[in-house]
Unconditional design. Structure first.
Length: 311
């Protein structure tokens, strides 16, 4: 693996570990208005991210088309606000493991979807790695009680996780990781506040307790500011297909951190699942692959019909 690819893999891994730890932080926010909490989280993150874009860093926003602004709004609505609300709705009638298992299948969807939209065959190592990651996520999470509504909302969470990577790809290049993260956080804060006003009215926000403040700051500063920038920097370097494999680390991180606040345990099943996830990530992302010749790498990016048109 080239140094740039190694950096991308490490950045994507760090981002997913931080997101997994945020699930533990969520358990401390059960009594806080959910949409209002998301509005605070994303609003604080936006204010912290804007200075990181540098002087004149927001200039690229003026050149965006209406279609690109629509994509940013969809990214915030589906991959951020929608994902979080789907998890919340799923857990009303299903045990948390159920949406966790569905989200763990995101690498499979991305490993197949992106190559097909680019008119090329899915890479076999990526697909096999994605299957191992999904199996490992299932082993870590287990399977719990659910009903049809829980299944539907869990599928929605899966679509949100996929959308967070796939929808962002066309706007990542013109904006860059920092400005993209700042922009979608600002949009997500507005979307969350609107939803909160509709659902909770005047009670959309309240002064958080000390524990809730710590959890909200962790989500805003560490998970969102650091995690989002690392995630999109990772996608820049290794692509969405390989970066999404690292989402298998989300349930692993959640399982590892849950015992710290007394909301779960880490046993043999979680350890075995973690090993499967690690094997899938290492194999599918190319961490264990030998360095390939430039000609071989170039051929991976060709459409399938062109690869098979040569004698």
């Amino acid at each position: 693996m080239k140094a740039n690819s190694v950096q991308g893999a490490l950045l994507a891994a760090l981002a997913c570990v931080l997101v997994g730890a945020s699930f533990t932080a969520n358990s401390l926010l059960g009594a806080y208005p959910y949409a209002g909490g998301q509005a605070l989280r994303y609003g604080i993150a936006c204010l912290l991210l804007l200075p990181l874009t540098g002087r004149g860093g927001t200039a690229a926003l003026r050149s965006l088309s209406r279609r690109q602004w629509g994509r940013l709004a969809a990214l915030a609505a589906i991959g951020m606000v929608g994902f979080n609300l789907a998890i919340l709705a799923a857990e009303r009638t299903a045990e948390p493991a159920v949406p966790g298992v569905f989200v763990g299948c995101a690498p499979i969807v991305v490993a197949v979807l992106i190559p097909l939209t680019a008119r090329r065959r899915p890479a076999r190592p990526a697909v096999i790695g994605a299957l191992l990651v999904a199996a490992g996520a299932f082993a870590v999470q287990g399977w719990g009680r659910t009903d049809p509504a829980g299944i539907v909302w869990s599928v929605g969470a899966l679509l949100g996780e996929v959308g967070f990577a796939v929808i962002a790809v066309p706007v990542l290049r013109p904006l860059g990781p920092r400005l993209l993260s700042a922009t979608v956080c600002g949009i997500a804060a507005v979307e969350s506040l609107i939803i909160g006003l509709v659902l909770d009215g005047a009670h959309v926000l309240r002064v958080p307790t000390g524990q809730e403040s710590a959890a909200l700051l962790w989500q805003a500063v560490v998970v969102t500011v650091v995690g989002f920038v690392c995630w999109y920097m990772g996608i820049q370097r290794i692509g969405a297909e390989r970066a999404t494999l690292f989402s298998g680390l989300i349930p692993v991180s959640a399982a590892l951190t849950a015992p710290l606040v007394g909301t779960g345990t880490y046993g043999a099943a979680q350890a075995a699942g973690s090993l499967l996830v690690g094997a899938g990530v290492a194999g599918g992302s190319g961490v264990l692959a030998k360095r390939r010749r430039p000609r071989d790498v170039a051929r991976e990016g060709e459409p399938a019909h062109r690869q098979h048109s040569r004698p």
